[in-house]
Design a protein around this ligand. Sequence first.
Ligand SMILES: Nc1cc(-c2ccc3cc[nH]c3c2)n[nH]1
Length: 249
Amino acid sequence: MRIDVVTIFPEYLAPLDLSLVGKARARGQLDVRLHELREFTHDIHRTVDDTPYGGGPGMVMKPEPWSEALDTVVASGPGEGAVPTLVVPTPSGRPFTQELAQQLAAEPWLAFAPARYEGIDRRVIEDAADRMPVVEVSIGDYVLAGGEVAVLVIVEAVARLLPGVLGNAESHQDDSFAPGRMADLLEGPVYTKPADWRGREVPEVLLSGHHGKIARWRREQAFARTLAHRPDLVARWRREEMDKHDLKA
Ligand SMILES: Nc1cc(-c2ccc3cc[nH]c3c2)n[nH]1
């Protein structure tokens, strides 16, 4: 997979050199290219923003640098009409879920447009959508100061789904949120040595060696935690299970 990121803060993406994503890049499984938006300005001050039409607080990112940057990204692709899927982090976007991560992981080429200020001139997104798939994505119902952190979240969640990126020991096949595994929902509690730590002992069942009982205990624990923290997910999973067995709620 190829990933391009256009940003005024390339240093914000430094974590993409580390750990899972960094190793995947070193192995050639991921080709990540950062583009500094100010390289696509032509004034002495390298201006990327201006005041908003219609008034209001803050500044808006100018269309020209973005369109030049995105044109350069597309032109540097494999050619033959290949274009990236443009991912635009925004609080009002499509919720980023494991399902969307799976969909993005199936794409050969992603380009990210993390905004700053009050956002990017809308015409940039509209113009891009005439040439490539565009998906606006929210990583949660809170407001960040820019989209770079969202890029890190999305890239990590997508990269770990790519074949060979996770070692077998860390396979994502058992991900709680992987489609079809809603029944497990969130992870249950985990324990490691020592068996007694500060007077707190590991649950007996985990020392029993009875794999059936252990698996059931873990599902029960995960379900109880999910029911407490995410009743909405449990309700959705129940509906999906009822639909799957053509049962009426
Ligand atoms: N899910 C989510 C995305 C954002 C976001 C994305 C881009 C910009 C640009 C300026 N502020 C931003 C905030 N906040 N929360």
